[in-house]
Ligand binder design. Structure first.
Ligand code: BGC
Length: 375
């Protein structure tokens, strides 16, 4: 592989300037992109990995794609190998951002620029962050609950709710939870929403590794401890689809009441969309990861070409979807703003799933009404 000139990019300085000019890379097939995804066991990352690989290869780049089985040590090794293989850029969706600090210093020493993909790694070695507006994901879940139950007009009526959040090692998880909690906490304070388990802080409701089984077992325990006497569960606020799947399983196996519980989610995983069709999950917040890959490719191209990267990339790229350039919301551990491209999430329910997911070409629908990711 032909070596190309490298990018020397100090994210700290560039963040302060708000716009970034990079030095030039040679173009095309000799330029190699290392893509590190967390795991194939959580559905969405298979889609992300595949979209990223296809799009970078179609643009003429070589791609090295790794999945690290949700093991932080393995992801460090995988990234070290890509650095040794001479990749010209790294695109990383971290399992645990903090565990990557040292390997990212190695990338930085080798002048390999890093795009933090979907989950922020709070290191100054990261040049840019590409994601969805994570706080809004949670906000949409909270608003769905508020509006569906018409909490503003509940009067004396009360509803029982339980929360299930994501992996504490994932920087996104707190944003999702806070987005939802900020919408719902006024109703908890007013007594309209009641949390029988009393578990309302992130640490109590978090789900390590976003595990379906862990979410299921925790909900089974909650149901046994607080609902076995016939107490009605009205809402299971789940941060994403892998946890919602476990919570729905627990409700099915361990809850005696009728199954009209509002269950939220995120991602549009195949099994969860089936649950939406079957009425076992009420909504999912859909994030078009194909578009997240498009933004990543265009950003990488601009960086490799030595083009100035700022909000002008949005217009120059002609994307047909909404994306904002944000230099204030996300910070590295050193307190420097990480310039971010943030896409817009959307609510999908049984009523709009064909319009949002099938008509747009992301999924196909079979004769029984179930959705399957389009090839
Ligand atoms: C992603 C979510 C996903 C979760 C578990 C988060 O970082 O943003 O889309 O559900 O990880 O895979």
């Amino acid at each position: 592989m032909k070596k190309v000139s490298k990018l020397a990019l100090a994210a700290a300085t560039v963040a302060a300037l708000g716009a970034v000019t990079t030095t030039c890379f040679a173009e095309g097939a000799s330029t190699k992109i290392g893509i590190a995804m967390p795991t194939q066991s959580l559905e969405r990352w298979n889609r992300d990995g595949s979209y990223l690989q296809k799009q970078f290869e179609a643009a003429g780049y070589e791609v090295e794609l790794t999945y690290s089985d949700n093991e932080t040590d393995q992801q460090v090794n995988d990234i070290q190998n890509m650095i040794s293989d001479g990749v010209n850029m790294l695109v990383i969706a971290a399992i645990d951002g903090e565990s990557l600090n040292t390997v990212l210093e190695e990338a930085s020493a080798a002048n390999i620029p890093v795009i933090s993909y979907d989950r922020l790694i709070k290191s100054d070695a990261v040049s840019y962050y590409v994601s969805f507006d994570n706080y809004t994901v949670g906000k949409l879940q909270g608003e769905y609950v508020r509006d569906t139950l018409d909490l503003d007009n509940a009067g004396d009526k009360t509803y029982n709710i339980e929360f299930t959040a994501g992996d504490p090692a994932d920087n996104n998880a707190g944003y999702f939870f806070n987005g939802a909690y900020d919408v719902l906490s006024p109703y908890i304070e007013a007594g309209t929403l009641v949390v029988p388990s009393g578990q309302t802080d992130f640490d109590s409701v978090a789900t390590p590794a976003w595990s379906t089984d862990t979410a299921m077992e925790r909900m089974q325990n909650i149901l046994a401890s607080y609902y076995a006497d016939g107490t009605v569960l009205d809402v299971a606020l789940c941060s994403n689809d892998s946890t919602a799947l476990g919570v729905a399983q627990a409700i099915e196996s361990d809850y005696a009441g009728d199954n009209s519980i509002l269950v939220t989610g995120q991602d549009g995983d195949e099994a969860n969309l089936a649950n939406v069709v079957d009425g076992k999950q009420s909504m999912t917040v859909y994030k078009a990861v194909a578009n997240e890959a498009v933004v990543t490719l265009d950003l990488a191209k601009a960086m490799l070409d030595g083009t100035t990267v700022d909000e002008s990339l949005i217009e120059a790229s002609g994307w047909e979807f909404d994306c904002s350039y944000d230099t204030t919301s996300y910070e590295t551990s050193e307190g420097h703003a990480c310039p971010s491209f943030l896409l817009v999430p959307d609510v999908v329910t049984k009523d709009n799933m064909v319009e949002k997911l099938v008509d747009t070409g992301y999924y196909t629908q079979d004769a029984d009404g179930y959705l399957h990711p389009a090839e």
